[in-house]
Design a binder for this molecule. Structure first.
Ligand SMILES: *Cc1c(COP(=O)(O)O)cnc(C)c1O
Length: 373
């Protein structure tokens, strides 16, 4: 059996070491004679597993004392509603920066819940290929919201907007622990696990304690109140036990590899290899603008996507893209199809993607360009 290099945007590759550890402990974890999948979440066997995951999040992300770390369910998408239901409780107004699909979905969800949403900046004018520069957000907002890494558009903030007393909320689903991040600059951070942390099923929430309130928007279910989960240490109901277990192991792997700083160095090296090649090629080009480029998700087009929208050009473009994705898969480089909103291809090169995978991709791209120029 040989493993492929998996460039999926999510769920995505996990460190092989972690998968092997999980396999070795599948039938008997820590001498309990049980798989973690079979353990009661309230047992003495599981208690240290969730405690370890939390302490590793705190250590690796340098989470300040006055923040709670929560393990929730419902994915990043449930946070779009939860943020609004729990934070829009004073003025009922919130500021959103619109940088693509995920930021738009979050704003739409807040609106649906009756929040007055102000889009204070947007990069829609250029198909979200850059991050707008917003020096300061001020006003009577209950929170300001950003999507820190835009998985589909391949863009990432290279700065943190200044919001003064307004709590800043950031969706870090696709960049969590890919780099160093000053948690104290944010009121709330959240990340669905399946991009950079663990298999799908757990959502990490880091929330400043003063934002956890009994008060929520009217009609908010118990399960969607942060207070419910904070008071119960993420054990109000059955948590996603196995995913939390794998999360702890991925965090140990991150620690062994230099922590957030180590990941950042490794990721910068990987991304540079790919962007340098894209920028030097006359066959391919990256879609995200310099100064806004994600280290995690790299969408790119070929010269056949030059913008001509007549039927023949579009057909040629689709044919080349399909050929690229199929031939890459045949050489063990899988899940490279682009998102339909950007077109072309997308390589997601999360923490667990080794540099060898990126080197293999660039080699394949060179060969493909030669054969199809
Ligand atoms: C994948 C993703 C989401 C959605 O996550 P789900 O867990 O599928 O709900 C939200 N935001 C970003 C930035 C993502 O990449």
């Amino acid at each position: 059996m040989s493993r492929v290099f998996n460039f999926s945007a999510g769920p995505s590759c996990l460190p092989e070491e972690v998968l092997k550890e999980c396999a070795a402990e599948m039938l008997d974890c820590n001498g309990t004679g049980q798989s973690v999948m079979e353990m009661s979440h309230r047992s003495a066997a599981f208690e240290p597993i969730i405690a370890h995951a939390e302490s590793q999040v705190r250590k690796l992300m340098k989470v300040p004392q006055n923040y709670k770390v929560l393990f929730l369910q419902g994915g990043g998408s449930t946070q779009f509603a939860m943020v609004a239901q729990n934070l829009a409780i004073h003025s009922g107004k919130a500021a959103y920066i619109q940088t693509g699909v995920w930021a738009k979905k979050a704003a739409a969800e807040a609106k649906k819940l009756g929040v007055k949403v102000d889009i204070v900046a947007s990069s829609e004018d250029k198909n979200y290929s850059y991050i707008p520069r917003v020096e300061k957000i001020s006003g009577e907002y209950d929170y300001a919201y950003i999507c820190f890494n835009n998985t589909i558009m391949g863009t990432h903030y290279e700065y943190i907007p200044e919001t003064g007393n307004i709590p800043l909320v950031a969706d870090i689903s696709s960049c969590v622990l890919s780099e160093e991040l000053d948690v104290s600059k944010f009121g709330l951070l959240f990340a669905g696990a399946q991009k950079n942390l663990a298999p799908a099923g757990v959502t990490l929430v880091i929330i400043r304690e003063d934002l956890i309130s009994e008060k929520t928007l009217e009609g908010t279910p118990t399960m969607l109140s942060y207070k419910t989960h904070a008071d119960a240490d993420s054990m109000y109901n059955t948590p996603p036990c196995y995913t939390i277990y794998v999360l702890g192991k991925v965090l140990d792997w991150i620690e062994r590899n230099g922590g957030a700083a180590g990941m950042q160095k490794r990721n910068a090296e990987k991304a540079k290899l790919l962007y340098d090649y894209l920028d030097s090629s006359d066959f391919y080009h990256a879609t995200a603008e310099v100064g806004s480029r994600s280290l995690m998700n790299v969408p790119f087009l070929t010269k056949y996507s030059a913008g001509a929208k007549d039927e023949a050009s579009v057909a040629k473009e689709n044919e080349i893209n399909k050929k690229f994705v199929a031939q890459a898969a045949a050489t063990g480089l899988v899940n490279l199809a682009g998102h339909r909103l950007v077109g072309g291809m997308r390589a997601s090169i999360y923490n667990a993607m080794p540099i060898e995978g990126v080197k293999a991709l660039v080699d394949f791209m060179e060969k493909f360009a030669k054969e199809n120029s």
